[in-house]
Design a protein around this ligand. Structure first.
Ligand SMILES: [Zn+2]
Length: 296
């Protein structure tokens, strides 16, 4: 009898331990810089400017506030992909040591590198509005110097939509976005009104914004992330299904010349090109190559 009790006790302990070891949801975070608290000008987002040091610290602080919320909601592995410019903005030892950092570029999936079907949720932090949005901090679409607009299946999309469709092609939902107020509104318009958004600032113009008080901004990021992960399943993955048509408009006609040399790419106007794809990830990779050629 004593032996049986002991066996039950050991079995019970094993079950409890196994339950405790069950990993929580796996979370992917793509973090850009223009929508970070405190950032209003390109000098703050460019490594050659003396203002850059402060902004890269704010970037880590915004992400860490989000990570605190995710951990409070029971997140398992959290992967943070540095998604701005040269993608070496977050100083590795400034990130919460419980999260994994993807740093550097180029990366095949760029702002979405590292995501795959094993993730349960995706968050966009420090994101900005589509090119041509007012008032919005540093609005642009992928490349401010070349892109006027990107349409996929007839729908003009900001980066948040283009990237959400990468997550969607792996069936991963975007559960939260942070940035300025205009970006939050755009995210709800594209990804659905039930998306949880956290505005850390309100743009006055392209190069000026009123920040939320710093403490309030960080608390909103933490609470938002905790709530978003706790209500996982509320937001559906954003999918763009094939056949896919990509239509790109550049700022000037010269930028359409090099992309038009690719056999898959058609010149559709003095400063526009188009191509089609049967697979979203393939289409996205061609989009990136076309934008790179346009910038030559
Ligand atoms: Zn950026």
């Amino acid at each position: 009898m004593k032996k049986m009790l002991l066996t039950f006790w050991v079995l019970g302990l094993a079950v409890v331990l196994a339950a405790g070891q069950k990993p929580g949801p796996k979370v992917f975070i793509s973090v850009d810089m223009e929508g970070i608290w405190g950032v209003v000008h390109a000098n703050q987002t460019s490594p050659d400017s003396p203002e850059y040091g402060a902004a890269r610290k704010w970037m880590a602080e915004d992400v860490n506030a989000v990570i605190d919320g995710l951990l409070a909601a029971g997140a398992g592995l959290i992967v943070v992909n540095d998604s701005h410019g040269g993608m070496r903005n977050i100083i590795a030892d400034q990130l919460n040591p419980k999260a994994a950092l993807i740093s550097g570029s180029p990366k095949p999936l760029s702002m979405m590198e590292g995501i795959d079907a094993s993730f349960d949720a995706c968050l966009f932090i420090g994101y900005h509005a589509q090119a041509g949005t007012a008032a919005a901090s540093l609005d642009h679409t992928i490349s401010g110097g070349t892109m006027r607009s990107i349409r996929i299946n007839g729908l003009e999309l900001p980066e948040l939509g283009i990237n959400a469709a990468i997550a969607g092609s792996y069936n991963v939902p975007v559960i939260m976005l942070s940035g300025d107020e205009a970006t939050c509104g755009q995210a709800k318009a594209v990804l659905g009104q039930s998306l949880l958004t956290v505005a850390v600032k309100k743009a006055v113009g392209r190069y000026a914004a009123q920040m939320k008080p710093r403490e309030e901004a960080r608390q909103s990021l933490t609470q938002g992330a905790q709530q978003a992960l706790a209500s996982l399943g509320k937001v559906k993955p954003f999918r763009l299904d094939p056949p896919l048509s990509f239509e790109l408009e550049f700022h000037n006609s010269g930028q359409a010349e090099m992309p038009s040399l690719l056999p898959q790419v058609k010149r559709t106007g003095p400063r526009s090109v188009a191509f089609t794809a049967d697979d979203y990830l393939q289409g996205f990779k061609l989009l990136r190559a076309v934008i790179a050629l346009a910038g030559l």
